[in-house]
Design a protein around this ligand. Structure first.
Ligand SMILES: [Zn+2]
Length: 725
């Protein structure tokens, strides 16, 4: 692999250099140590070996990477997939005519453990704020993924083994003026179309639907929702349990992508929901419990009040309480009522086996309809007795409290009353205000999974991106904020984040991402979520998605510019539906940087940086007159890169070579001020960028007796040529 061949950059460097050395030697100029025969072997030959290693490693790269980087392609203007219009502005903000529809729910469900069924009814008020009138409505029946022959079963054949009958719709009716008009829905896989007798007008038209249904609750095989067996009895992790409005948006009208096992896309609204279960069951759900007097004992209420002022957890339901409950079979039922405002979904857990603890969240009191009782905002955990333990769920609420308070302070205030962590069969799944984790989780894994699932409260629960299509905007963004949460918690007790989601091999993301960038089968981040196989789900969507933002923050924009822009993105799109292009545009406009090259290379392609330290020479062969360091760009993602120089006396200096260096060339010669001979020159010495081939990044002189110098009294010199961003 050779450089551009432009006349300015001599490709036959080694020959030229050798000739110059000879001339200098013949002229009799003597500079300490530099012109011994050994010097040639120690400096020039390793550089040539580095070139050879680079050639060999280069063969493993993708076609685009193997070709010489082309600045015309790298820096070409990027056409974003979603256009600017009256709904999406050029600065990435919602446009002057932006709108979103709204779905408010009043739901009642009954969970029957004897038959493992859930039956429910809902009153759904749908508001059409779009400019168009709607002749039909679409709802999502996600339980139908468990039907035999569902599209999701064929998309993921492991689902072909177990099934239920899916969600049985009993009745759908339009409710107006105290009158109910039955409607005939049309069910297609996980979607239900409801034709309306009269079109629903746009710009604020609303209607009320009444729907009733039932379904068989899947077992653990249901994954994100199902019942499972604890040592003291069954527990129900219940989600996707009611017919949910599909989103009608400004991108494609009704978004009716079927549920194939990926995630969800939902509108916002206020929820009142109630859950009827056998007496003795504990129900923990999204939002606030609004009828504590009806379902909690006096002792539980007293403990709950105590937790509202406690920085550490207070047990609300103890192991002794659970033993008393599970050994006293109940025939009566109880109904738990919850309220949650401005949310895209709700979920809950129900079981007699659950311990319950809580501590206060240090957040301001809520206003509006979420200011209903109970006023305190709590971090809570519910889990079976077998999950308790000093390194296990005894610490869960501490992690919940940290995650919610930290993310609130750093990015956007948490908008809901409580946050609940559930120790269940291990779905590792997020819902607004409640997350389903694993009772077996412990140690750092419990911290990381708790923080991650609660981090989804921000992406996509607050920032309502379309996670059924753009997975990197929820998993990638969330994993990114989790990295810093790990650093922040308890003086870095679980830092750095180093799990299946991020830097899985060594904990160093710049090194661990390289195999992904070199994998020619790896999908790009812009790949639709349903097309990303399990093999690449974590490595691409989570890890590469998160690490892209980390590179943007730490290597391109700097923390101050990045954080302000990212906070702005969150605030602009909170409770709305941003597209990938909105994100790209906000970050460019708000941070003040054309990032086309970065979006193209990292999000639309799997390009990586690859620099080579091509040569080190001295002006007139004399280190005192200065050095020339040639750096070559061989990669298609020209991230800013640090060059570290160390002189023979051990002093050192660093400079950052900015991206613009490569806009018209692939090799640059940097002038280093005169001093002693250079002992080493290293590109990206701290492994801060994912350089695809590090074998050619450095130049080191092996020290011999002739190279021993007394330490210089002079201070570290400033290196000219480029400055840090
Ligand atoms: Zn996630």
């Amino acid at each position: 692999m050779e450089t551009s061949g432009r006349p300015f950059f001599y490709s036959g460097y080694i020959l030229v250099y050798a000739l110059r050395q000879k001339m200098i030697c013949l002229s009799g100029v003597k500079v300490s140590g530099c012109f011994e025969k050994t010097w040639f072997h120690k400096i020039i030959l390793p550089a040539r070996r580095g070139l050879l290693a680079g050639l060999l490693a280069g063969s493993a790269l993708s076609v685009a990477q193997a070709a010489e980087p082309d600045p015309f392609q790298i820096f070409a203007p990027l056409a974003y997939p979603q256009p600017v219009n009256l709904y999406h502005s050029g600065n990435g903000a919602p446009g002057p005519m932006a709108w979103k529809n709204r779905a408010d729910y009043n739901i009642h469900v009954h969970v029957d453990p004897a038959t493992h069924t859930l039956s429910g009814s809902e009153t759904l008020t749908y508001t059409n704020n779009s400019p168009e009138s709607l002749s039909t409505l679409w709802l999502q029946l996600d339980q139908n993924i468990y039907q035999q022959g569902s599209r999701g079963a064929y998309a993921a054949p492991q689902r072909l083994q177990d099934h239920t009958d899916g969600m049985i719709i009993e009745a759908v009716a339009l409710s107006a003026d105290g009158k109910e008009t039955p409607l005939t829905p049309l069910v297609s896989d996980t979607r239900m179309q409801v034709p309306l007798p009269q079109a629903l007008p746009g710009k604020g038209g609303h209607l009320t639907l009444k729907v009733s249904w039932h379904y068989t609750i899947p077992g653990e095989w249901g994954g994100r929702t199902g019942f499972s067996q604890n040592e003291d009895g069954e527990m129900y992790e219940i989600a996707q349990f009611y017919p949910r409005m599909a989103v009608y948006d400004d991108q494609r009208g009704w978004d009716t992508a079927p549920y194939l096992g990926q995630e969800f896309y939902l509108d916002y609204g206020d929820f009142d929901y109630s859950v009827t279960v056998p007496k003795g069951f504990l129900v923990a759900g999204s939002g606030a419990l609004t009828n504590p007097d009806a379902v909690l004992s006096a002792q539980e209420k007293a403990r709950l009040a105590q937790s509202a002022t406690s920085e550490t957890r207070i047990m609300i339901r103890t192991p002794e309480d659970v033993q008393a409950i599970v050994h006293q079979p109940q025939t009566e039922t109880q109904t738990w009522q919850f309220h949650m405002a401005n949310t895209r979904d709700v979920a809950f857990v129900a079981s007699p086996t659950l311990l319950w603890d809580a501590a206060r969240l240090n957040l301001p009191a809520l206003e509006g309809s979420d200011a209903k009782n109970p006023a305190p905002r709590l971090a809570m955990s519910v889990y079976p007795a077998e999950a308790a333990g000093a390194k296990k769920w005894d610490r869960s609420t501490e992690y919940v409290k940290h995650a919610i308070e930290y993310f609130s302070g750093k990015w956007f205030p948490y908008p809901w009353p409580n946050a609940v962590n559930v120790g269940g069969h291990g779905a590792a799944m997020e819902y607004p205000g409640i997350v389903f984790d694993g009772k077996e989780d412990a140690g750092a894994e419990l911290f990381w999974v708790t923080t991650h699932e609660l981090g989804h409260g921000w992406f996509p629960m607050i920032v309502g991106s379309n996670e059924r299509r753009n997975a990197f905007m929820d998993e990638g963004f969330n994993t990114f904020i989790d990295v810093y949460a790990s650093d922040h918690f308890n003086h870095g007790e679980f830092a750095p984040k180093h799990d299946v989601e991020f830097a899985p091999q060594t904990g160093h993301p710049a090194d661990d991402i390289v195999p992904v960038l070199k994998d020619q089968s790896a999908p790009v981040l812009m790949t639709p979520a349903d097309l990303i196989s399990e093999k690449y789900r974590h490595s691409v969507t989570y890890f590469k998605g998160a690490y892209g933002l980390q590179l943007l923050r730490e290597q391109i924009l700097g923390a101050d510019r990045f954080d302000r822009a990212f906070q702005h993105y969150i605030a602009l799109w909170a409770f709305r539906h941003p597209t990938p292009s909105d994100f790209f545009r906000v970050m460019e406009s708000e941070a003040g940087e054309d990032l086309s090259w970065f979006w193209r290379g990292w999000y639309f392609k799997n390009w990586g940086p690859d620099y080579r330290l091509k040569s080190v020479s001295y002006v007139n062969g004399n280190p005192v007159q200065g050095a020339r360091v040639q750096v070559e760009n061989k990669g298609w993602l020209p991230l800013p890169v640090v060059l570290a120089i160390t002189w023979m006396d051990g002093s050192s200096a660093r400079l950052t070579i900015p991206t613009e260096t490569w806009s018209q060339r692939n090799t640059v010669t940097l002038q280093i001020p005169g001093k002693l001979a250079i002992r080493s020159a290293v590109l990206d010495p701290d492994h801060m960028i994912p350089d695809l081939n590090r074998a050619d990044n450095s130049f080191t002189v092996k020290l011999t007796a002739a190279h021993q110098f007394a330490p210089s009294a002079a201070s570290t010199p400033t290196v000219q040529g480029a400055s840090a961003p």
